[in-house]
Every structure is written in C-alpha cells, then in structure tokens.
Design a protein around this ligand. Structure first.
Ligand code: SF4
Ligand code: SF4
Ligand code: SF4
Length: 443
C-alpha cells in the first residue's frame, strides 16, 4: 500500500497550522485532568463511583489502548494535557513564540538519562502498585498530580519536554507501540532538509517552537519519539513535512538495536500477562498478594513480577537466540529480534483490556451523572446498574486479537530474523507459547 499524504487536504493542513483547534482540545483535556485529580482527592473513596477511577482507568484506558495507540500511534500525546502547564511556563506563552522568552535553566538532559530506562522504571513502579492505583481514588489523584507537577518542574530545569521524552510512564509504551500504527509524520524530501538553513523545525523560529521532543524531524525514521505536537508543520518554511497514512507496523521493518527499547517490549508483554492473571484470574491468593501493598506477600509478588519481566521472559527468548548462528553480536540480535514482541504485546494488551473494559464500562454512565459520588444525578444515569457488556462476543474477540498478534509477530520475526541473518523459528515458537499462555489466562 502506497502512503497517502493526509496534509495534502487543505482542511487538515489549516486545522494543524492554526494553533486554535489544538488549544481548544488542550483546554478541555486539561480541565478534565484537573477535575480527575480533584475527584480523586475529594470525591467518594469508592473507586467504581469516582470519576478519577472510572474515567482514567476505564474510559481513557479503553480509548487509548483499543483505538488511539493502534490507529493513531502517539495521537494521545498530541492532545495530552500533562506537559501543558510546564510547557506554557517554559515558553512564556500559550500560543505563538513570544518576543522575549523567560529565563529558565534550560539545561540539556544529561547523556546517561537520554534513553527510556527511567520510563521503564516509572512504568514498573506504577505496575507494581497498580492494584491499589486502579481501585483507590486518592492514590490515582495523587499520581496524576505528581505527573503534572513533575512535568512542570522538569520544564523549568531542562530544555524542551524532558518529562515526556525521558520519564512519562505512559509515553514509553505509547512510543513503543506507535511504531505499529498506520500513521506517521515524516519529511517529504530529504534534499530540501539538507539545503535548509537554520533548521527551524529543530531550532524554532518566529513561526513556532523547535521540536519539543528533541527530535530533528528531517531525520525521523520511526514514530517512537515524535509526539505529534505538530510544531514542525508550523515552523517548516518549505512545507516539507507531511502526515501520512501508511501500512500497519511500517516502522518495524527497521528493528531497533537498543536494549532499553528491547526491555520495554518485555516489560509490556510480561505486565499484560501478569495483569491478566491478577485482575481476571481465579487465584485469590495472588490477588491478595497484589493488593496487599507493603505486606510480605506483596514483596514476594513484586520479586516474582520483576523476575518474570527481567529473568524468565528474556531468558527463554535468549535461549532461542543462542542456538542461532549470526555475525551480529548477541546483544544486537537480542534487541533486533525483540521487535517481534511489539505487535504481540500490543495485541495482548488489546485482549486483556477488552475484558477489563467491557466488564467495567457500565460504571461510566453512573460516574458521568455523579462524578464525585455525592449523590448527584446530573444526566439521570446515576443509578445505572452495573452489568458486564457484550459478554457473548468477548471470548471470540479476545481470541481473534491474540491470533492476529501471533501472526503479526511471526511476520515481524521473519523480517527481523532475515536482517539479522538468523532463523525466525525460535522467536515464532516463543510467541506461540506466550500466546497460548495468555489465552489460558484470559479464557
Ligand atoms: S509522553 Fe506522557 S505526558 Fe507526554 S504527552 Fe505523551 S502521555 Fe502525555
Ligand atoms: S525546517 Fe523543514 S526543510 Fe528545514 S530541515 Fe526542518 S523539515 Fe527540513
Ligand atoms: S516538532 Fe514535529 S517531530 Fe517534533 S514532536 Fe512535534 S510533530 Fe514530532
């Protein structure tokens, strides 16, 4: 399938070039985010009746993992409110660049942190505490507030969006899976960039800011670190940037060789499987351990959680690679072939989320009418009774998602393995065993 340039359409182009449509969405999102913090802190402690739990962990999560990431990649980051207050403060403006910018420290993030290890750690921290996070409104409120203030703090110390690029626990996995999405932002003609003076897309100009994600758009080859903020479309004086529709998983044809990105794939794959066991499985002892934060059982749960992600999953994966002959160093082979786990992990999350979201979606209507659990009935739906939705199609839909993930992973493994000069069979077998385990956990 050839690429289709969406920004050829004058309506889309103008809507992106003008800052007002994006600002309108930002304001709605920011108000919703602040309301979620307040609801978490002052609303009812009953999670299933509190806006912060229902709208963040059910409604937002459903949209993010079932629609936004698979189809729009980093589309959520394009409208995410978390970095906004910090960015406005850093820029000294809400819209176009001001004549005089405020004097913040504007430091460059130290080289040792310019990777996604901190994002991996921040995601794991949330994952280990997720059972309380997903059910306790004030913990959700505190975590949302901490993310907002961390983004503000980092914006006053470091240049650009340091929080998004290096710390955000959500941004890390959106970046990983955005590589599979059928949408991309890329330059149109490399030669135009070579001759372009001043590179305003990276350095900024009167028309707009330099890339907030510290990316040179002229060198973009994958979606991982482009936050789709649209700034470079505004700053490029040569109209050399396009948003394209493209085939799914086009970026996976160029496997990454970075260990931080490879481990992100294992973290996401392992977390989806563990969540399926803890939140949907029949094992009461496991649930008690996950919910008993601070107890001895929880420490054992945390150790096993980390052992699965950093030991068992990559260990078995490596075993398959040890048997293959290649001129590539082992680390490079490991990282490159872990690309096959990206579509697999995404479809694991889709299958898990279908169950989680359809079981709990009916809480959304009740929380809409009574977001703080104070007995309001704003839209007449406050007493909507809990009931699982679409139960008859759940198991077939999950099975379909997992089978698609397995086939997608096998095709990706074939491509990565041929680049690395090794056989894809061990990786395909690994994906098959992981998929069978996930199927068993879910059904
Ligand atoms: S990286 Fe995180 S904070 Fe930044 S825009 Fe994306 S989701 Fe929002
Ligand atoms: S401003 Fe446009 S032409 Fe210049 S380097 Fe950036 S993308 Fe290329
Ligand atoms: S400026 Fe361009 S390349 Fe940088 S994050 Fe925004 S959209 Fe992506």
């Amino acid at each position: 399938m050839a690429k289709i340039e969406l920004t050829r359409n004058p309506f889309i182009k103008n809507a992106i070039k003008s800052r007002y449509p994006q600002l309108a969405v930002f304001i709605v999102m920011l108000v919703g985010y602040i309301f979620a913090i307040l609801a978490g802190l002052i609303g009812t402690p009953v999670g299933s009746h509190n806006f912060s739990i229902v709208f963040v962990w059910i409604a937002w999560w459903a949209v993010l993992i079932l629609v936004a990431v698979p189809f729009f990649g980093r589309g959520w980051c394009a409208v995410c409110p978390i970095p906004l207050p910090g960015e406005w403060l850093q820029r000294g403006a809400v819209l176009s660049p001001p004549e005089k910018r405020p004097k913040w420290l504007n430091l460059r993030v130290p080289k040792m942190f310019r990777n996604i290890w901190l994002q991996n750690i921040s995601f794991l921290l949330l994952a280990l505490f997720s059972s309380v996070l997903l059910t306790t409104p004030n913990i959700t409120g505190i975590v949302l507030a901490v993310m907002l203030f961390a983004a503000i703090g980092l914006s006053t110390i470091f240049e650009r969006r340091a929080f998004c690029r290096y710390l955000c626990p959500v941004g890390g996995f959106i970046g990983l899976y955005s590589q599979t999405a059928p949408i991309e932002l890329r330059i149109k003609d490399k030669q135009v960039c070579v001759k372009c003076e001043g590179k305003p897309c990276y350095n900024g100009s009167a028309a707009g800011y330099g890339c907030p994600w510290d990316v040179f758009p002229g060198g973009l080859t994958k979606n991982t670190y482009c936050g789709l903020c649209m700034e470079c479309i505004r700053t490029c004086p040569h109209d050399n940037i396009a948003i394209n529709l493209r085939p799914f998983s086009a970026d996976l044809a160029k496997p990454s060789t970075r260990m931080d990105e490879a481990f992100k794939a294992f973290i996401m794959l392992g977390s989806a499987m563990i969540y399926a066991g803890v939140l949907l499985g029949p094992w009461g002892t496991l649930k008690d351990a996950a919910y008993g934060v601070g107890t001895g059982a929880w420490f054992i749960y945390a150790v096993v959680f980390l052992a699965i992600i950093f030991g068992i999953l990559p260990g078995f994966f490596s075993l398959g690679l040890l048997k293959t002959k290649s001129n590539l160093p082992f680390k490079q082979r490991f990282a490159s072939l872990s690309t096959a786990l990206i579509p697999l992990g995404l479809m694991f999350w889709v299958a898990f989320s279908l169950s989680f979201v359809l079981t709990n979606a009916s809480y959304i209507l009740a929380a809409l009418s009574d977001p703080l659990g104070l007995g309001w009935n704003l839209f007449g739906t406050a007493n909507f009774a809990w009931q699982p939705m679409l139960t008859t199609i759940l198991a077939p839909a999950q099975t379909l998602a997992l089978v698609v993930g397995l086939i997608w992973s096998a095709r990706t493994a074939q491509k990565s393995a041929s680049e690395a000069g090794v056989s894809p069979l061990p990786i395909i077998f690994y994906s098959f065993v992981a998929t069978s385990t996930m199927l068993w956990l879910l059904l």
